[in-house]
Every structure is written in structure tokens, then in C-alpha cells.
Ligand binder design. Structure first.
Ligand code: C5P
Ligand code: MG
Length: 166
């Protein structure tokens, strides 16, 4: 059987959601956001890193984050999500793929995140070894509708394009 040639590009999509909880830190894209609440989760609950990690895994058709890092495994309790992201990048590199660009959106009712845009972009670009011009981080409220809008949760979405380099 002939092995198909690698695709020149692969696109992946990721989505994640975490419950808002007091007494937890709010970490978005590796940046600690000063806030009176944080996000619940087995790991550090970095919803943006989780969405980007799932987008990379999706582009590779390599399953999802929970498959690689089960939240039932005590090894990942309070784990830094950077290692999840790094693992996905490593899988991509093993197949000779690198990230071309990332577009992402964090949906959170409050606080305003725009003052942290630069810090989050810098942190994400460092995490994935990309120039900041290749990393987009957008913010939206949910217009007070649904769990995000009612301040119960925070969501993140990410799109990633991988390029094959021979
Ligand atoms: O959701 P909405 O369209 O009302 O958001 C307006 C703008 O507010 C967004 O484009 C974004 O720049 C900013 N925003 C923010 N922090 C949030 C939500 C939105 O800075 N948590
Ligand atoms: Mg998550």
C-alpha cells in the first residue's frame, strides 16, 4: 500500500470551557490576570492554552487533550498547561509540521481583558515559538446571555494552521 504524501497544510480547531470559581487563579495564555475569581479545573485551567493545544492536536488528527492528559490522572493535578501545549508541538514536529499562525478568542464577561492583550500575545508566541505577528488573541463578552454571559464560565476558541516543512 502506498503511503500518502503529507498534506502541505493542516488546519485545526480547538474549543474549551471552564467554570468560574472563587479562590482559583485566572490564567489565560500563561498570563496571571488579577481578578476576584479564577477557573476551576484539574490542571491550572488555562482555557486558552487548552483550546490552542486541542487545535494543534486537531490539525494532526491526533485526538484531544483529555486523551493525552486524562483529568483522572493525579499526575496532571494543577499541572501547568504549557506542558500540554509543548507536547502537542512536539507531536507536530515529529511529523515535520510547524505552526504558521494562530487565531484565538477568549469569551469572558468580565474583567476587560484588552489591557492584557499584549502580555497574552507575548506569552502565547513564546510558548509556541512564533513571532507575535503570527498570534492573534481576541476577546468577546457573551452579551450577558448563557453561562458565559451570566458569569459562570469562560470559553476559548482557537484555529491553528500547520505547515509541512520537508
Ligand atoms: O463582546 P463585545 O463585542 O461587547 O466586546 C467588545 C470589545 O470589548 C471586544 O472587542 C474586546 O476588545 C473587549 N473585551 C475585553 N474583555 C472582555 C470582553 C471583551 O477587553 N472580557
Ligand atoms: Mg481546559
Amino acid at each position: 500500500m502506498t503511503v500518502p504524501a503529507p498534506l502541505p497544510f493542516r488546519v485545526g480547531q480547538g474549543w474549551d470551557s471552564h467554570r468560574i470559581e472563587t479562590g482559583r487563579p485566572l490564567i489565560l495564555g500563561g498570563v496571571h490576570i488579577p481578578c476576584d475569581f479564577g477557573l476551576a479545573g484539574h490542571s491550572d485551567a488555562d482555557v486558552l492554552f487548552h483550546a490552542i493545544t486541542d487545535a494543534i492536536l486537531g490539525a494532526l488528527a491526533a485526538g484531544d487533550i483529555g486523551m493525552h492528559f486524562p483529568d483522572t490522572d493525579p499526575a496532571w493535578k494543577n499541572a501547568g498547561s504549557l506542558q500540554f501545549l509543548r507536547h502537542a508541538l512536539q507531536l507536530a514536529a515529529e511529523q515535520s509540521y510547524r505552526i504558521a499562525n494562530i487565531d484565538s478568542t477568549i469569551i469572558l464577561e468580565r474583567p476587560k481583558l484588552s489591557t492584557f492583550r499584549s502580555a497574552i500575545r507575548t506569552a502565547v508566541s513564546r510558548a509556541v515559538d512564533l513571532p507575535e505577528t503570527a498570534v492573534s488573541v481576541k476577546f468577546k463578552t457573551a452579551e450577558r446571555v448563557g453561562p458565559v454571559g451570566e458569569g459562570l464560565s469562560c470559553e476559548a476558541q482557537a484555529l491553528v494552521v500547520l505547515v509541512f516543512q520537508s
